[in-house]
Structure formats: structure tokens, C-alpha cells
Design a protein around this ligand. Structure first.
Ligand code: ZN
Length: 275
């Protein structure tokens, strides 16, 4: 069965997957086996805080897993000043693909003081990504305009990915112009997500990367305790139909987008023997 399918089936990549999170401990192996059988060839695992980031090199060893390092606004209370020194050191490892995830999340910031704190970590990480010439993985909720205009002001040149994009078509265009691609996943599968699906269809395929954000952000059709990278091919089918392209065309386009966004992934991936 696998021999017959592999030359024909497109290869997919989960460009934002918290596959190291403890929620997946009891099912990680089965989910990865399922994902691989479904044509998923690799994952990008973002960093969220220091303690977690310190484990990622070992976690990704001998697997087609890639990782980034960063300090996520969700874990604000866990970051301290030393973590920036740690990050500055750790980003110098050649196997770090990007800086992130980092960003601004106004859903998490009820007070202006919390917003100020998020700005502190975001600014500091933009400066580090600039120093080490790394693309960024951004987590942005309710702050697309502020974050984008800050990066423009800083003349940030290394691009990256705005993960779980939830902004407007116009905001998407602004991000693309700044050199960022947009992550899309389970959110577009929900019956009430018409606006998001319109945005996904309106922006060219060159803008998009597929992601699960597993174990979170379950697609409407996914049943189970956790989301899984195995849902990527089903999300790909949705994206292909929204853009009226074949799965093979979509896979080629997404692969190109991934390599452009994260050049170190293409530098490290093995030659594709399936094609
Ligand atoms: Zn994430």
C-alpha cells in the first residue's frame, strides 16, 4: 500500500506544531506514525520558554523535526532577564531555524502594564532576530497593525511566519509585503469561519503555510483529545479546494513557501526520493 502511494501522494509539512508538549506524551509515537503514513514529512516546533527550548535540540535529533527558539507572550510570567542572554547564545546554534514564537497577544493582556511587558519581550526578540539574521515566528492576536508597523519601522529584513493568522485580507497583504507568510490550520475548517475562509481564498497561495498548532486548534472534523500533525493532509485538501488547485500543485507551492521562509530547513532536508 505504502509503496503504491508514495510516488503519487504529495508530501506535506506541519509548519507550526507543539509536538513536544506533554499533552501528547501518551500518543506522540502513534500520531507521528499516522502523520507519516498520511504524507507528512516533517514538523517545525516553536520555542515558547527557556526551559522548554533547552530540550528541543535533543527532541528533534534523528527525526525530521526542526525547531525554533523564543519567548512566547503566553508564558510572560516565566521569562526573566537572563532568558534573553540564554536566547542570544542559543540562537547561534546552526540548527535553530528561526526565532519564535514571539509576539503580541492583546487577548492575553487586559491592562496597559501587561501590554508594556509584552512589548518589552517582543522588541528585545526583534533585536535578536536582527542580530542573528533569523526569520521570526510571530504569535499575534488583535495587534497585527502595531506589530507590522513596528517591524517596518525597524526595517526588519528576515521575514518569517505569522502563525495562526486571524487578521484581515488587508493585514495579510501588509505582512506579505514585509516578507512574512501566514500560517493557516484548523481555524478555517469551522462552519462559522466564513470570513477567514474568504481571506484565505482572497490572498494568493504564495502567502500561506499549513500548520496544525497541535495539540491545540483542532479542526472541526478532528475527533480526539488532541490535534495532530496527521490532520495536515485534510487541511491541505480544504486549502486546495479554496484555491481551486490540485493537491500536487498545492504541495509544490507550499514547499516553495516553506523553503523561502525558513532557508535553514531546505539546507538541512534530505533529498526527496519520492519524486
Ligand atoms: Zn504555537
Amino acid at each position: 500500500m505504502t509503496e503504491i502511494m508514495s510516488p503519487l501522494a504529495p508530501r506535506w509539512f506541519d509548519s507550526h506544531c507543539h509536538f513536544d508538549f506533554a499533552a501528547l506524551d501518551h500518543e506522540r509515537e502513534q500520531q507521528w506514525a499516522l502523520a507519516q503514513r498520511s504524507g507528512v514529512s516533517g514538523l517545525l516546533i516553536p520555542g515558547v520558554h527557556r526551559q522548554q527550548g533547552e530540550q528541543l535540540a535533543a527532541f528533534c535529533q534523528n527525526q525530521p523535526f526542526y525547531y525554533a527558539l523564543g519567548l512566547h507572550p503566553y508564558f510572560l510570567s516565566e521569562h526573566n532577564g537572563d532568558d534573553l542572554c540564554w536566547l542570544a547564545q542559543a540562537l547561534q546554534q546552526p540548527d535553530v531555524i528561526a526565532l519564535g514564537e514571539a509576539g503580541l497577544d492583546w487577548v492575553l493582556a487586559a491592562t496597559s502594564e501587561q501590554r508594556q511587558q509584552q512589548w518589552f519581550w517582543f522588541r528585545a526578540q526583534v533585536a535578536l532576530a536582527t542580530t542573528y539574521q533569523l526569520p521570526m515566528i510571530l504569535h499575534i492576536r488583535g495587534a497585527h497593525d502595531e506589530a507590522a508597523s513596528f517591524l517596518r519601522q525597524q526595517q526588519f529584513r528576515y521575514g518569517g511566519m505569522v502563525h495562526a493568522f486571524s487578521g484581515s485580507e488587508q493585514q495579510g497583504k501588509v505582512w506579505r509585503k514585509l516578507g512574512f507568510r501566514l500560517g493557516i490550520g484548523g481555524a478555517m475548517s469551522h462552519p462559522r469561519a466564513q470570513k477567514l475562509r474568504r481571506t484565505v481564498a482572497a490572498l494568493p497561495l504564495d502567502c500561506w503555510l499549513l500548520e496544525t498548532d497541535s495539540p491545540d486548534m483542532q479542526p472541526a472534523f478532528w475527533r480526539g483529545a488532541n490535534n495532530s500533525p496527521a490532520s495536515i493532509p485534510l487541511l491541505a485538501a480544504m486549502l486546495a479546494s479554496l484555491h481551486n488547485v490540485s493537491l500536487a500543485e498545492l504541495a509544490a507551492c507550499l514547499e516553495h513557501n516553506l523553503q523561502q521562509t525558513f532557508p535553514r530547513i531546505s539546507a538541512r532536508s534530505e533529498p526527496d526520493t519520492a519524486e
